[in-house]
Design a binder for this molecule. Structure first.
Ligand SMILES: Nc1ncnc2c1ncn2[C@@H]1O[C@H](COP(=O)(O)OP(=O)(O)O)[C@@H](O)[C@H]1O
Ligand SMILES: O=C(O)[C@H](O)[C@@H](O)[C@H](O)[C@H](O)COP(=O)(O)O
Length: 185
C-alpha cells in the first residue's frame, strides 16, 4: 500500500485478529487499533453473558471506528484495525460510514464528499475446532467462547470486488505476517 490507507484484520472471535494486527503494526511502525477496545459497556456485558450482538449493537460501534480510520488516513497515517467485521455491510461501514461518504463543506461553502477509506482486508480463516480450541485456552477476555457458533453463522467472508486476501489460522504467526507483508509490497 504505497498511498496512505488502512488494513483491516478480520475474522471470528479467536481467529487471531488482535495478535496478528498488533504484531504487524509493531513491525511496520503503523498505528494499531483493536476494535474490542471501542465496544460500549452494554456490548461487552451482552457478549459476556453469552448473547450475540446484533446489527443495532454493532452499527454505532462501526461508525465510530470508521470516523477514527478516516481521520487517520486523511492525515497520511497508515493504520491497522483488528475488528470482527463479520458482514459485508459492516466492512462497507468501515470504508464509507453508514450512509455513504459523509458530506463536508470546503472553504467556499461548497459541499464535497469526504474520501472513502482505502481498505485492504485480511481475513483470518479457520475451522470451528481449531478456533474454539484457542478460545478455550485464552484467559482474561470478556468474550464468551459459547458465542463462537453465532460468529460463524453471521460471517460473510469477503469476496470480489472487495480488496481482500484470506490466510489460514493454521499457519504460524510468522507465516501469516510474511504473507501480509508480501501483499503490501
Ligand atoms: N496463528 C496462530 N497460531 C497459534 N495461535 C494463535 C495464532 N493466532 C492467534 N493465536 C492465539 O489464539 C488466541 C486468540 O487470538 P486473538 O488474537 O485473541 O484472536 P481474536 O483477536 O481474533 O479474538 C490467542 O491466545 C493467540 O495467542
Ligand atoms: O462483532 C462482534 O460480535 C464482536 O466484535 C465480536 O466479533 C468480537 O469477537 C468480540 O469483540 C470479542 O473479541 P475477540 O474477537 O477478540 O474475541
Amino acid at each position: 500500500m504505497a498511498a496512505s490507507g488502512a488494513l483491516l484484520v478480520m475474522g471470528v472471535s479467536g481467529s487471531g485478529k488482535s495478535t496478528v494486527g498488533a504484531l504487524l503494526a509493531s513491525q511496520l511502525g503503523w498505528k494499531f487499533y483493536d476494535a474490542d477496545d471501542y465496544h460500549p459497556e452494554e456490548n461487552r456485558m451482552k457478549m459476556g453473558k453469552g448473547i450475540p450482538l446484533n446489527d443495532q449493537d454493532r452499527i454505532p460501534w462501526l461508525c465510530n471506528l470508521h470516523g477514527i480510520l478516516q481521520r487517520d488516513v486523511a492525515s497520511g497515517q497508515h493504520v491497522i484495525l483488528a475488528c470482527s467485521a463479520l458482514k459485508k455491510v459492516y466492512r462497507d461501514i468501515l470504508i464509507q460510514g453508514k450512509d455513504g461518504a459523509p458530506l463536508k463543506c470546503d472553504e467556499s461553502g461548497k459541499e464535497e464528499k469526504l474520501a472513502e477509506v482505502k481498505l485492504l482486508v485480511v481475513h483470518l480463516t479457520g475451522s470451528f475446532e481449531v478456533i474454539s480450541g484457542r478460545l478455550l485456552k485464552r484467559k482474561g477476555h470478556f468474550m464468551s467462547p459459547e458465542l463462537l457458533q453465532s460468529q460463524f453463522d453471521t460471517l460473510e467472508p469477503p469476496s470480489a470486488p472487495e480488496n481482500f486476501i484470506q490466510i489460514s489460522v493454521d499457519k504460524n504467526l510468522s507465516e501469516i505476517i510474511a504473507t501480509i507483508m508480501e501483499t503490501l509490497k
